[in-house]
Write a protein that binds this ligand. Structure first.
Ligand code: ZN
Length: 136
């Protein structure tokens, strides 16, 4: 990622880390492009298998205020997942966004069905997301 691609908030974050002694090149390689961040946020909302969003469950929302959140497992998993989808499907950000819109529509449609059908559909999605391993 290049300095000229950064938004104001990201630029401040980079300046803060560089002023704390980190090398600019190292900081830039850890940055996640904003489009990927947005897709990672959507992926978490739809696919997070945890029912508890606290210290014992998923810490995504707790970590949200941490300036280094994209280096934490709660956030990096989803950013890696988006990058995995883009590479394995040869997809761009718009393709991924469209796929999430479709999935969101499908989940909304699920409200028309009985509780057991809903539970089965959600179990399929959750178990799939939870068991998915990312390429190393
Ligand atoms: Zn979560």
């Amino acid at each position: 990622m290049n300095v000229e691609d950064l938004g104001k908030e990201e630029l401040l974050h980079v300046l803060d880390r560089v002023s704390n002694g980190e090398k600019l090149e190292d900081v830039l390689t850890t940055l996640i492009p904003v489009k990927i961040q947005v897709l990672a946020y959507r992926a978490h909302i739809m696919l997070c298998p945890h029912t508890e969003h606290n210290e014992e469950g998923c810490t995504y929302y707790i970590d949200e205020t941490n300036p280094n959140k994209w280096r934490l497992e709660s956030h990096s998993f989803w950013a890696d997942y988006i990058q995995y989808l883009m590479e394995s499907c040869k997809a761009n950000e718009e393709n991924i966004s469209n796929a999430f819109t479709w999935l969101g529509d499908a989940l909304l449609n699920l409200e028309r069905y009985d509780p057991i059908t809903k539970a089965v559909a959600l179990e399929i999605i959750e178990s799939f997301a939870a068991n998915r391993s990312l390429p190393q």
